[in-house]
Unconditional design. Structure first.
Ligand code: BGC
Length: 246
């Protein structure tokens, strides 16, 4: 079964048809720069261009970097404020003419990692964290997602984790991997104290460089880099949209 997965990010909007039984892209992905400002109108027009590129008329799963509840986008940490409170799923259905499911980007990446990546076969509490422009989180209990956890916004002392230890913070502040790793370690220790996860999965841009900061991490839980890397959002979005088929 094929479903079109689309991943809306702060810098790019990318999509590809996904074979949801294998968790693999069935065609090369297509990417368009995220329009700036990333207003609902401009972003949904870009999503429609991706759908047209694949001449798609079937089901679509689409991610967005915000809280998504009952098809509405309820926050906008790194995107235009026009999204707050918007019926975004409805807007995207209208623009694409397709049946579409909208979900949080980290939740989508987590769904893909749990079924086809580092979380395969893992029970207990698994916490997937994506380190990119922001920090996204996906929490699983025995494989079941607790959506919209937004753990990038917890505070470490007076600092919001996302401002202090995202991959963007590393780049903007010119932090060495060891310095950044120490920040990630403080963040993981705090989350471990709060949630006692069995496994942390580290995703987002930094997952490719896991070896460079793994030595700085000192926690009790297992820790693994994500395996699906750039495609996790696309694959997970498509997998989540399977429920539209029933
Ligand atoms: C947003 C989350 C999102 C994360 C990663 C955060 O700023 O609040 O909803 O998952 O960034 O994109």
């Amino acid at each position: 079964m094929e479903i079109l997965g689309i991943d809306i990010g702060g810098s790019g909007i990318k999509g590809a048809p996904v074979d949801v039984t294998q968790g693999e892209l069935s065609e090369a992905r297509f990417r368009i720069d995220t329009p700036q400002p990333a207003t609902p109108e401009a972003v949904s027009d870009t999503v429609a261009k991706i759908v047209q590129h694949f001449e798609w008329g079937g089901l679509i799963g689409c991610t967005f970097p915000a809280i998504i509840k009952h098809g509405r986008t309820l926050s906008a940490a790194n995107v235009d404020d026009g999204w707050i409170g918007l019926e975004a799923e409805k807007l995207l259905r209208q623009k694409t003419g397709c049946s579409l499911l909208l979900l949080n980007d980290a939740d989508a990446a987590g769904i893909a990692e749990m079924e086809f990546g580092a979380g395969r076969g893992r029970d207990g509490i698994v916490m997937v964290l994506t380190f990119g422009t922001g920090i996204g989180s996906a929490l699983f209990l025995n494989g079941e997602l607790v959506p919209n956890t937004e753990l990038g916004h917890v505070f470490l002392g007076s600092r919001e984790a996302e401002q202090w230890t995202s991959d963007r913070a590393r780049k903007e502040k010119g932090l060495k991997w060891k310095q950044w790793g120490e920040r990630v370690n403080a963040y993981l220790q705090h989350l471990e104290f709060l949630f006692s996860p069995d496994l942390f999965i580290i995703g987002g841009g930094a997952s490719k460089k896991f070896d460079k900061f793994a030595r700085s991490i000192n926690i009790n839980a297992d820790i693994q880099p994500a395996q699906l890397l750039n495609d996790a959002g696309i694959v997970g979005a498509a997998m989540a949209a399977r429920r539209l088929a029933n």
